[in-house]
Design a protein around this ligand. Structure first.
Ligand code: GP9
Ligand code: MN
Length: 674
């Protein structure tokens, strides 16, 4: 009894002494002094991750998110604790290696976010071969000073190391058992932090972490390091999935469609194009809103505007791409499935069986082909176009590409179309019915081959009569020299190539029994600041409005998101004046094309995620791979949990929840390809 009392008193004295020391700051100071390398490693690691959130998520509660800081602290301190397993003199190389690793994660994500407005995925590593081709575009437009800021972290660690070396800090001796004790103590500290972190998470946090598609949210609540770790596991999943769980995924996928017979069946457009040839045009980076713009009385896209006016124009249309951009559009267009949650379907899932437009047309006796004058392996098209059911893929090696006839990434669109017409002519001679995809290339970021786009001024030119009666042409600076201005020049070029293509096809008699279908593949990722310039220019005074001007219209992030619309047009020579010549204003997504066009061409895919727009009409809901969605009434940003009203009708919470639930259900099908 006496013994217990003595031990108790001893412990009590110790605790009181420690508490006093902590209160006086001795212990903390002492700890920092003795563990300076570890502390520096932890602080720099957490700071880098915070800076990344600061640059990517602009509200203070996002980048100073308590949960994310705690999560980063757990990861970095756990990694740091392992440093104590080394002898003091070997600790710096360990911390330095780990620091470079964590810094690289932040830097890569910083660059990646600027380009894709999303965080990087390990599964994209298998795509680095394609990045080479657009590498210049990335370096010119994306690598910014803010991406280099993270170098402060290894530099700080080196400085601290050199100072410690000078003070003979590394000459100390520590017993092996002491090192193990220290490691365990520090790891326990990380463990306590981990428990606090796990308790602080809400059910929504857990659910989003599990689903993984809302990357911003995960980084905001779990920090970049946990996100990247989870991403690594998820990225390896396709490989593992091929071995296990495939049957379960297939069952879930088919079950999803079992009770889905709403908005199906025939309508007044059923079979209307049966037996017609189809030329599908993939309009690289073509954006819908550019169709409304003119400079000096000349439209940016006169050809698109003519096709829209004479044909069927879906003016409220969105592509639904993820990081696979062009390839995601091709996938969704042809299968009515959505891109994968991580990586790209074209790369990770080219070995799956797809129900696709080319395959269903082949069953109806069509010959199917695709044409793109770029390297056949870009986006793994060589393999994937075969999986999608194209009989033949014409790629770079099938075209004459010279230095003189290239623009941007490769063969110019004008030259590509000219050479393609000759090929289509032959196909037409050999085949009764055909369906062919042509993928454009010139209008691709960074839109810097300006001198090759031809004359198209995006400044304002006016002829002014002087006092002496003579005239003079005056140029007022407007969009010249901006990235958006260069985009308009590039798009004007691509539009003119399109015009020439249609004329050449017509001259060869190839349009007589043919419909042209055109889609913009995705937006052009242009700076928001440039749109503020575009929409805040006074044509009378030739001045830009300042931000405090009452007429100044901010092109906010919502405007930017809904401004990502792309054109979708179905046109044929004889459509003008018929019932098909109309503007369809109901919101529509790329996944609605297969059901809509399929109905017109006379086929049906039971496993389509989208709907025939003429059946679903204004009940349509377009889900984006990041979880955002849009209806005729509103655009909903699920990361911000905020909406933009698009009509005068009131919006209820119940409606938002119902739509979000639908979006969630659909999102969970993304990975399950039949
Ligand atoms: C590459 C071209 C561009 O061949 O389709 O792809 P993107 O960079 O737009 O995904
Ligand atoms: Mn593209």
């Amino acid at each position: 009894m006496k013994r217990i009392k003595i031990t108790y008193n001893k412990i009590k004295d110790k605790v009181v002494k420690k508490a006093k020391e902590i209160k006086n700051g001795h212990l903390i100071r002492e700890y920092f002094k003795n563990n300076i390398l570890f502390v520096t490693f932890v602080i720099t690691g957490v700071l880098s991750s915070t800076i990344l959130r600061f640059f990517c998520m602009h509200t203070i509660e996002n980048y100073l998110s308590f949960k994310a800081i705690l999560a980063d602290l757990v990861v970095v301190s756990a990694i740091g604790s392992l440093g104590y397993l080394f002898k003091p003199k070997n600790r710096f190389p360990y911390y330095m290696t780990m620091n470079i690793f964590l810094t690289a994660i932040c830097m890569i994500n910083s660059v990646y976010y600027t380009f894709y407005t999303s965080f990087a995925s390990v599964s994209m590593l298998s795509l680095t071969q394609y990045i080479g081709d657009v590498g210049d575009a990335v370096v010119q437009n994306v690598l910014q000073i803010k991406d280099l800021i993270y170098i402060f972290s290894p530099i700080t660690l080196i400085i601290v190391h050199l100072k410690l070396k000078k003070k003979n800090y590394y000459k100390r001796f520590e017993l092996k058992s002491d090192r193990r004790k220290k490691t365990l103590k520090t790891l326990s500290f990380s463990g306590i932090l981990l428990i606090i972190f796990l308790i602080s998470l809400s059910p929504l946090d857990y659910s989003r972490f599990y689903k993984q598609w809302n990357k911003e949210y995960i980084v905001m609540k779990f920090g970049i390091y946990i996100y990247q770790g989870e991403d690594l596991i998820v990225s390896l999943q396709p490989k593992i999935n091929s071995m296990f769980g495939y049957n379960k995924a297939e069952k879930e996928f088919t079950d999803y469609f079992k009770d889905r017979n709403e908005y199906t069946g025939t309508n007044e457009y059923t079979n209307i194009f049966e037996g017609k040839n189809v030329i599908l045009i993939h309009g690289e980076s073509m954006m819908r809103n550019a169709m409304d713009l003119s400079f000096n009385g000349i439209e940016v896209t006169p050809t698109l505007n003519r096709l829209a006016k004479q044909g069927m124009f879906f003016s409220n249309f969105y592509s639904q791409v993820s990081v696979g951009t062009s390839s995601d559009s091709e996938l969704t267009y042809n299968t009515s499935l959505m891109p994968t949650k991580s990586g790209t379907a074209f790369v990770s899932y080219s070995d799956r069986t797809y129900i696709s437009t080319p395959k269903l047309l082949k069953e109806k006796g069509y010959y199917t082909f695709s044409m793109h004058a770029n390297n056949a392996d870009f986006w793994n098209r060589r393999a994937m176009h075969k999986s999608l059911g194209y009989d033949r893929f014409y790629s770079k090696k099938d075209y004459k590409v010279t230095k003189d006839n290239t623009i941007g990434l490769g063969l110019s669109d004008k030259e590509f179309f000219k050479q393609s017409v000759a090929k289509i002519k032959k196909i037409n001679e050999q085949h009764d019915k055909w369906y062919g995809l042509t993928i454009m290339l010139s209008n691709h970021t960074p839109f810097s081959d300006v001198e090759k786009y031809g004359d198209y001024s995006v400044d304002i030119k006016e002829t002014v009569t002087k006092e002496d009666g003579t005239t003079e042409e005056v140029t007022y600076p407007y969009m010249e020299g901006t990235k958006l201005g260069n985009y308009f020049k590039s798009l004007h070029y691509a539009d003119s190539a399109l015009g020439e293509f249609i004329d050449e096809l017509d001259a060869e008699g190839l349009l007589d029994n043919t419909i042209i279908v055109l889609y913009g593949d995705h937006d052009a990722r242009l700076p928001r600041a440039d749109y503020n310039k575009l929409y805040n220019y006074n044509m009378e005074t030739h001045q830009f409005l300042s931000e405090d001007d009452p007429n100044y219209k901010e092109y906010d992030s919502f405007q930017y998101e809904i401004g990502r619309r792309v054109p979708f047009i179905i046109w044929s020579k004889d459509m003008e004046g018929t019932k098909l010549n109309q503007e369809v204003t109901n919101v529509m997504g790329m996944y609605d094309v297969m059901p809509t066009l399929g109905n017109m061409l006379g086929f049906n895919n039971k496993y389509a995620l989208g709907h025939d727009i003429f059946n679903i009409k204004d009940n349509n809901l377009v889900v984006f791979p990041n979880g955002n969605w849009v209806t005729n009434k509103m655009y909903y940003n699920s990361q911000k949990e905020a909406y933009l009203s698009l009509s005068d009708e009131p919006i209820t919470e119940e409606e938002i929840n119902k739509n979000s639930e639908y979006a969630n259900k659909l999102m969970s099908q993304l990975q399950k390809k039949k």
